[in-house]
Design a protein around this ligand. Structure first.
Ligand code: KG4
Ligand code: ZN
Length: 794
């Protein structure tokens, strides 16, 4: 390393309504970070458009070259979930592309340290707004030596905290904006500009962390950008609700419906509730459920029998239950509690507090499963690693913990009340798989892809995060894909019966570094080889899109190369090139996915006319809802088509909506309702449901309308090419129907492989390749959008 070059630390935070940025210089000898420049700007929900331009300006004004950034430090919250993720995704993209370490600091510590720098001394309570009438409070003591944090991160109702908190000399935090009345009498408010993080506060908090941990800020192993996660302090609402339901009810009594964010719950027959499925016995007759009050006594009973002097008593276990940083799971056999595990999340680490299984039930993998459940919750709360203490003499338990990936890292002498030493064991979160954030990585090669050794410039990395797949691909100069990888979150959403937006955003934040790195690795290129970076910017779930957009923009900025934004639907159209490289407009494309149903006339690449769309539900949505009504789980499309193979397509005469409407509009909610009504009628009449017949008849009703309208569209445009896009395009019966229709009509049909029908980044890369040639680049303030009109050029 060239010692004469200054080593800059770039830090930023967008956990609140303020974008805070700081630049400092590292001095390894004195372990200090000296502030050079900082800036705080009101963001008002615009952090994604503000952050990168402001960083760019600040560095330029101070003549700092981005290649001299030696590490990046990001505020981890707690704060607005999306706000924190914008800073985190930006930091991850930037640090990855610059190939420098990424560190996190608490946004609340940054507030406290900024107050310290501004001369505040004494007890300071920082109360940040947590929405839903809740706050994130932490107490600090500030003296001339520095800042000492007194509490772990937590979330609590604002009024409850106000009545129970100690009187504090000073109070800061953006929670005061909303709850000034509640906290007025609890301490004196510092000036309003000291309520949120600043560049100075972030750097001081980082410097303190350096002193405390002694870890070299330039250590790229410890500072791996993939490892950093936001501080959430609570699970998504959907997960919270599920936990409450699972723990409060016996599986047989689970009857009521539940509202999850982002999912419509009309007409879910009770026996198909996913929570019930979750609470069913596994193959060995064990049921896993979160610990509830009614079973505390059983836990205490086993504790007393197995744990000797370190057994927890009733109150200790009971006090765990309401805490949001805790997760406790239990195992039942024949309605009897036979095992449990509990843990707490602190500073990104799961501390496993308890694991116990009744002797008769040991050696059946129950402990491992219990820990995996606790670890899964912990991951949702931002944990990356796990640790625990175990008796030095308990070699059996130590062997078990080794098996789940923990290693001994030291001892605590005399830790137990009887004087025995504890061994400290640590390791990655012991979940079932330790790959990309618990997701399996898939990678695809197409006829159209080629080996990287023949690749030509420009090289473009494309990122897709619009829904529940985190995907990355690399395309080379001739427009062929050299890598295409994705991590699917489907397993994390399936139990809620649909995609839960908050979970999707969290998973993208966890997976994005690993997925992007994997795409580069498979292409055998490094970040510095890239000529542009592209991302899906619309349409989709904004909170999910924003992760890919912020990551990609920041990586492009770091490398000083263009950022390209791509419309997801245009990607689905381009996906057909993976099958038919010489595809040429004019053509008609049918886009059928979980969110869209439309016929598009492609006049030229980039020039689209929407000939007709659905007036209500999308086709994939109809498949999913009918599947749910039949108890077939999520996603419904594949399940329905599988059952349909055994059924008669003409068994039930379901309506073909709009078949003769004379236009190219679709309507699917009537069909969905007709199927559900039919199911209910059959049930009420005491008849067994013929699932194959229902599935086949429903599927046929969909196909008849789809094919008829596609035929009309081809006639109207005289196009000689017909293509498909979107998840429903994977439906075999639909594909066969199009083969017949296109053959008769003398039209060339392109059917992309299943992997190119569902969401992927390869298709985004193919669009980006064209955009690059046209020099259509997006500015640093480009954002994500839920909606975008495919007809409007962008
Ligand atoms: O394009 P996609 O992966 O994601 C969205 O952008 O929505 O499409 C997912 C949709 C789901 O609704 C799923 O049920 C449906 O595609 N799907 C199918 C089949 N495979 C997936 N629908 C019918 N038949 C299939 N074989
Ligand atoms: Zn899609």
């Amino acid at each position: 390393m060239n010692k004469t070059r200054p080593q800059y630390v770039l830090t930023f935070d967008t956990a609140n309504e303020v974008v805070a940025i700081g630049v400092g210089v590292l001095d390894a000898a004195s372990q200090s970070v000296d502030l050079i420049a900082s800036r705080e700007v009101e963001a008002r929900r615009q952090s994604n458009t503000q952050l990168l331009p402001q960083i760019n300006d600040l560095l330029r004004e101070n003549n700092i070259d981005r290649t001299n950034i030696a590490c990046v430090v990001c505020g981890r919250g707690p704060g607005s979930f999306t706000g924190v993720r914008i800073a985190m995704a930006t930091a991850k993209g930037m640090a990855s592309a610059l190939e420098v370490p990424l560190w996190g600091v608490s946004s609340l510590d940054a507030v406290a340290w900024n107050n310290w720098a501004c001369g505040v001394r004494g007890r300071l309570t920082v109360i940040a707004d947590a929405m839903r009438k809740e706050v994130y409070p932490v107490r600090f003591d500030l003296d001339d030596q520095g800042v000492v944090r007194l509490d772990a991160d937590t979330v609590i109702k604002a009024d409850e905290y106000a009545t129970t908190m100690d009187v504090s000399e000073y109070i800061a935090g953006d929670g005061l904006g909303k709850y000034a009345d509640l906290f007025e009498s609890r301490g004196s408010f510092v000036a309003e500009d000291l309520w949120t993080p600043t560049g100075q506060g972030l750097l001081l908090a980082f410097q303190e962390q350096w002193h405390q941990t002694g870890i070299d800020p330039l250590n790229r192993v410890a500072g791996n950008p993939a490892l950093l996660l936001p501080t959430y302090t609570r699970l998504s609402d959907a997960e919270e609700n599920e936990r409450i339901r699972l723990s409060k009810n016996d599986p047989k009594n689970l009857t009521t419906g539940v509202q999850h964010e982002g999912i419509r719950h009309d007409q879910i027959p009770q026996e198909h509730d996913t929570a019930i499925a979750n609470a069913r016995e596994d193959e060995s007759g064990i049921v896993y459920r979160p610990l509830d009050e009614a079973h505390v006594a059983d836990v205490v009973h086993i504790e007393a029998a197995l744990m000797g002097s370190s057994a927890w008593r009733d109150l200790m276990v009971r006090e765990e239950l309401p805490r949001k940083d805790r997760s406790w799971w239990t195992a039942f056999a024949n309605d009897e509690l036979v095992g449990y595990a509990g843990g707490m999340v602190c500073d990104g680490q799961l501390q496993i507090l308890k694991v116990a299984v009744e002797p008769d039930y040991q050696r059946r993998g129950i402990a491992k499963e219990l820990i995996a459940r606790v670890a899964e919750d912990a991951r949702g709360l931002g944990a990356q690693t796990a640790s625990l203490e175990v008796r030095a003499s308990n070699t059996g338990a130590q062997a078990f913990y080794k098996m789940i990936g923990l290693e001994s890292v030291g001892t605590r002498p005399g830790y137990y009340s009887d004087g025995e030493d504890a061994l400290i064991m640590q390791g990655p979160l012991p979940t079932a798989t330790n790959d990309v954030a618990g997701m399996a990585l898939q990678s695809h090669t197409y006829a159209y892809s080629q080996e990287s050794k023949n690749a030509t410039k420009p090289l473009i990395l494309a990122i897709e995060t619009s829904c529940d797949e985190t995907a990355a691909a690399v395309v080379e100069g001739k427009g062929t894909l050299v890598s295409d990888v994705l991590a699917s979150q489907i397993d994390f959403h399936a139990r809620f019966g649909g995609v839960v937006p908050e979970i999707a955003s969290r998973k993208h934040t966890e997976a994005i570094c690993g997925v992007a790195e994997q795409a580069l690795k498979q292409a055998a290129f490094g970040w510095k080889d890239l000529d542009a970076i592209a991302a899906t910017y619309a349409p989709g779930l904004v909170g999910a899109l924003v992760v890919g957009v912020a990551f990609s923009k920041a990586a492009a900025w770091a490398l000083d190369i263009p950022y390209i934004q791509v419309n997801h639907l245009e990607g689905h159209i381009y996906a057909n090139k993976t099958t038919t490289p010489d595809l040429e407009p004019p053509m008609v494309v049918s886009l059928v996915s979980g969110g869209h149903t439309m016929l598009v006339e492609v006049k030229d690449w980039g020039n689209y006319h929407i000939m007709g769309e659905t007036l209500d539900d999308a086709v994939g949505e109809a498949f999913d809802k009918v599947a749910k009504a039949l108890g077939l789980g999520y996603p419904g499309g594949p399940a329905i088509s599988k059952h349909a193979q055994e059924g008669r397509a003409n068994a039930i005469d379901f309506p073909r909506a709009m078949l003769h409407s004379g236009d190219l509009k679709f309507s699917l909610s009537g069909l969905k309702t007709a199927v559900i009504t039919y199911i209910n009628e059959q049930k009420n009449a005491g008849n067994d449901l013929n699932i194959p017949d229902i599935a086949a008849s429903f599927q046929q009703a969909v196909i008849d309308v789809q094919v008829a309208k596609a035929k009309t569209a081809l006639k109207q445009t005289s196009a000689k090419e017909f293509c498909l896009g979107g998840g429903v395009a994977a439906n075999q019966e639909l594909r066969r129907a199009y083969e017949t229709m296109c053959e008769k009509a003398g039209v060339r049909l392109t059917l992309p492989p299943l992997s190119a029908c569902t969401d992927n980044a390869g298709m985004i890369a193919l669009v980006a390749h064209d955009r690059y040639k046209q020099e259509k680049f997006a500015p640093l303030n480009a954002d994500a959008q839920a909606q975008a009109n495919l007809e409007e050029p962008y």
